[in-house]
Write a new protein. Sequence first.
Length: 227
Amino acid sequence: MNGPGDDAHVRELVTRLRRLDCCAVSDALDRLGLSGVVTGLPQQSGQGRIAGRVITVKLGVGDPPPGPPRHLGTRAVEAAAPGDVIVVEQRTGINAGSWGGLLSLGAKMRGVAGVVVDGPVRDIDEAVAYDFPVWTHSLTAFTARGRVVEQGTNVPVTIGTVTVAPGDYVIADRSAVIFIAAAGMEQVLGVAETIVARESAMARALLDGAAISAVMGGNYEHMLKEI
């Protein structure tokens, strides 16, 4: 378990990540030669960007793990701390809900920042009504019951082409969903913050009347190499 110091450090990292946007983080990953960007998962509900530490859920077919039966996703909701983001893999190809309305309500009451699902989501109108942020590539009315089961909570999952581990970090907005490995978080944040600072200075120059060709000159094309 994390101690108070570890928790404070995580909160600091998440606060810094929330100040960024996915384009800046994507550029930072490019500069560092890292993967993590997932496109094609649009925001279907909620307002604005989210960022937080990852709680994972892996769904599939077959029998659920041994133990008392539980509805999929409930372990993740109860394991989440305020500000965490639940990330769900449901890549079976079966048109069945990987997340639903009661889970959205329960997660919101828990303080979860949002959910990212590589799979269909149902009850999206309820998530909209709760103003609970959901990212997914498809919507459905079909229940998971009798179709898919939870295979694990806080286990590695695959979202798009990215392998995500519990305890990694995620930022999501209308441009993309981006995962950052916990071990590389400080480095990615540092590069992304430098990019944002430089682009903010360029925006101020434009607002002060500078020509865009001067602001976005040849140096702009090579900016990442200089960071």
